[in-house]
Ligand binder design. Sequence first.
Ligand code: IPM
Ligand code: MG
Length: 363
Amino acid sequence: MKLKIAVLPGDGIGLEIVSQALEATKAVCAKFGHEVTYREALVGAAAIDAVGNPYPPETHALCMESSAVLFGAIGSPKYDNDPSAKVRPEQGLLAMRKQLGLYANIRPVTTFPSLIHKSPLRTDLVEGADFMCIRELTGGIYFGRPQGRSEDGETAYDTCVYTREEIERIIRLAYGYALKRRKKLTVVDKANVLATSRLWRQTAQRLEKEYPCVETEYMFVDNAAMQIIQWPKRFDVMVTENMFGDILTDEASVITGSLGMLPSASIGIHTSVFEPIHGSYPQAAGKDIANPLATILSAALMFEYTFGLQAEADAIREAVNASLAGKIVTEDIAGDGRAYKTSEVGKWITDYLYSRQISPHNA
Ligand code: IPM
Ligand code: MG
């Protein structure tokens, strides 16, 4: 197969982690006989600094003509501390999501046996937790207009907007995943307060009838936030609107032991984007200490979702598990053991992939 990948490192640790994911991708392609080509482009603060636009047209053009996007992270303290900045790096990410039509953000939450002791929750609560958060990504309060300030600057407003069509599209997608998994869907909203949430619930209640073999439940977002901590194993697929999903997935990510482990896929109308769920960790930029595993696991999602190459995805996951088992890990998860560099972990995984025997039935 021919894989044409757009590489968007972004800011902070982006370049360091994305280059490790790219090396792992190349190794898998070499082993399984795929041809891979890639090109890099600017996004985020790096793009503002270079060309004054956090998602330049050339970057969009590259994404459009590629078969998948490997994305690092976005964000820089230079802009965080300046609320009056006219352009912000995050606008690049939002523009990319909107222009590529990436309406679904899929964040699988799974645990790693060797990391369970790092979870802030008791082992018996998290062991075996395995659920999937599906976050709507191109609507809601992130994109609703009007947004801004009153003339005197004393009042600010954001608008949350959802159309029935947008809701139906994401709920159907979530049912698709529930059907392939344990057949349970949790629809998270705030229908006791918000009009948009009532439209969500009404739409889901109508669609529910079309999926009789999936058990559908409805949960208010505050309750969901609590239950993720109290009983994470009760969830299978969870679907929710943009901002609720943003908040719940950060919460869900730490119960597995490290924010540095969780990958994500953003899919929709045009090219899909694969990125770690963590941010740009500017304090670590250039130090070669950030955990590359979430980005490497995002490359596994890319093989699985975009290219339908399951054995290739499994090979990456196997290599990541082997590195964890061998304690070839970065400082965030090393504990008392030796902390390896980002590049050392990446190289170990790449070497593993190159030397791995491919068994005849999955080659
Ligand atoms: C995420 C991030 C982004 C978001 C920021 C960087 C705009 O937190 O991908 O979860 O809020 O969507
Ligand atoms: Mg977030």
